[in-house]
Design a protein around this ligand. Structure first.
Ligand code: ADP
Ligand code: MG
Length: 542
């Protein structure tokens, strides 16, 4: 029973269980179906809304992309326009550049023309050319121990480079005063950075003139320490005051002129030129021949004098003229002379030279009488000179025999060729002693005497220029040996170039202004057209 009961119970349980399971199954499947239905419905709805959203989105996207495309197209068009404009600008810029270049070229040409015209005017009027060189500021300028003049404490000198290098601008400003700008014009102004090359480039044409038959004189004027000797000779050696030949780029006008003269001569027919050199210093108003030899043959400065010949020319009798055959012989003689040059250090500059140095190079040209007769430009002058030269030739040869060393090309050996005539041109290269204020340089005693001689001779030079400028009948050449020695050059028979040397330092303003004033006055001198020693023109001679 129990087992039967248990079995029934189990069956009942099983039935109940299965009934419950079936019921559950039934219930589950209906839920699933219901769920499925609702999901499907929902999905359909979602899909629908998604579709419509996507549609919207794509419409939107299309709209936007259209806008963007339009924008891109506009931008591209703009870029194209800008490109075209850029190209136009480039073309315009190119045109402008070209026209600027043309204008610059034209300006340069005009400038050169103007310079050439100015040069011709200078030649016609016999003006003195004045170039001005402003040296760089150097360590000794800033060294202590110099008194600073009151009125220059806030002044400065500035060369104005942009104005075709022809202007010096001096700015003077003092506390409590309006600043004053003073402008000085010269044929050429060299700024501190300009090299010896640049300076010589403007001097070289004068040397061509020299061989074309003009006398030439180049003199450096300026205050002590302003760069006269540097400009004329180059940097000097400490031990013997000779100038150094080591660095070619540093060479001054004298060594370069020697090289240029011999270069020009080398282009002429051989043997037709010879060059003689004399080196003279004017110290304390005395002339010393720095190439004269004493009885033992040693070189020592010998005092000489200037005499005026019947023809009104100034001559230094017995002056040593050494014949040289090349630039290095020339420079050797100049260096030999330099070692005798008197100097005395001043506070301003320890190596200041206290004398005027005059290196004269005489170039004698031998012309055959045939050429002489046919190719003179001016027949009358030719006849006059013909007479002059015929008269002076034998005299000169006697002089040369006594003072010059004999060379193959010396005039003495040309005596035999009687049909030859000689024409002389003279190149004078002058390194003047420094103009200076006594208070400034701090010299006393013998040096003070030297300074007063220097200043007197420089004022004599200024007086001579003043008298010529004012076309006075009396020109006071006789007031100083310096002016007597240079009379022929200053007086109108030479192309004269004054190289003004200026220190850039404020404390030398008074001296610098004095030099600039001297240069300005020198430019006003009109001496009438410088005469050319009539030379046969090679092409005509043929
Ligand atoms: P000055 O003869 O007028 O008394 P210097 O020619 O002896 O003066 O020049 C004084 C110093 O200045 C020298 O040491 C010289 O070498 C130097 N000097 C002058 N001019 C220049 C320049 N343009 N460049 C460099 N150094 C210079
Ligand atoms: Mg000097």
């Amino acid at each position: 029973q129990y087992q039967g009961f248990a079995r029934r119970s189990t069956n009942e349980v099983l039935q109940l269980y299965s009934a419950h399971g079936q019921q559950q199954k039934l219930q589950r499947s209906s839920v699933v179906t219901q769920l499925r239905g609702s999901i499907k419905k929902r999905l359909k709805q979602d899909l629908k809304s998604l579709r419509s959203f996507a549609l919207e989105l794509s419409k939107d996207f299309q709209r936007q992309s259209k806008t963007y495309l339009y924008q891109v197209l506009t931008a591209v068009q703009e870029i194209q326009l800008q490109n075209e404009a850029l190209q136009m600008f480039q073309i315009k810029a190119f045109d402008l550049e070209q026209s600027l270049q043309e204008v610059t070229e034209r300006y340069e040409k005009e400038k050169q023309k103007r310079r050439a015209l100015h040069n011709s005017l200078v030649e016609l009027r016999g003006n003195i050319r004045v170039h001005c060189r402003i040296r760089p500021l150097l360590p000794f300028d800033t060294a202590a121990g110099h008194s600073i003049s009151q009125d220059s404490s806030f002044a400065s000198i500035l060369p104005r480079a942009e104005d075709s290098s022809e202007t010096v601008l001096v700015k003077c400003s003092r506390p409590g005063h309006a600043s004053v700008n003073k402008t000085y014009h010269f044929e050429r102004v060299y700024s501190a950075s300009e090299s010896q090359d640049a300076v010589f480039a403007d001097v070289a044409p004068l040397l061509t003139s020299l061989l074309d038959g003009y006398n030439v004189c180049i003199m450096a004027y300026g205050q002590t320490g302003s760069g006269k000797t540097y400009t004329m000779l180059g940097p000097q050696l400490e031990e013997n005051f000779a100038f150094s030949l080591e660095d070619e780029s540093e060479l001054g006008i004298i060594p370069r002129a020697a090289q240029e003269v011999f270069r020009l001569i080398s282009e002429k027919p051989p043997g037709s030129y010879w060059v003689e050199v004399s080196v003279v210093e004017v110290y304390n108003n005395e002339i010393f021949d720095l190439l004269a030899k004493d009885t033992c043959g040693k070189v020592s400065g010998v005092k000489r004098d200037v005499v005026t010949t019947k023809e009104g020319k100034n001559n230094v009798p017995l002056l040593t003229h050494e014949t040289v055959e090349n630039a290095s012989e020339f420079l050797h003689l100049v260096n030999k002379g330099l070692q005798l040059r008197v100097r005395h250090p001043t506070l301003v500059h320890a190596h200041s030279s206290r004398s005027h140095l005059v290196v004269t190079s005489t170039i004698t040209t031998i012309i055959s009488e045939d050429n002489f007769g046919t190719s003179w430009e001016d027949e009358q002058t030719s006849q006059r000179l013909n007479r002059e030269v015929s008269c002076t030739f034998p005299q000169k040869m006697r002089d040369d025999k006594s003072t010059s060393s004999s060379r193959a090309s010396s005039p003495a050996q040309l005596e035999a060729t009687e049909k030859l005539k000689q024409v002389k041109t003279r190149l004078q290269l002058v390194d003047l002693a420094g103009s200076e204020c006594v208070g400034m340089s701090g010299v006393t005693g013998a040096a003070l005497r030297e300074t007063s001689f220097i200043n007197r001779s420089l004022s004599a030079l200024a007086d001579v220029l003043g008298a010529i400028a004012e076309q006075r009948s009396h020109v006071p050449y006789r007031n100083s040996k310096l002016t007597r020695l240079l009379q022929d050059s200053i007086g109108g028979d030479a192309k004269l170039l004054v190289m003004l040397c200026i220190s850039p330092d404020q404390k030398y303003l008074t001296e610098s202004m004095q030099s600039l004033g001297f240069g300005t006055r020198a430019r006003q001198v009109q001496r009438g057209q410088v005469k050319k020693k009539n030379f046969p023109v090679p092409s005509k001679a043929k």
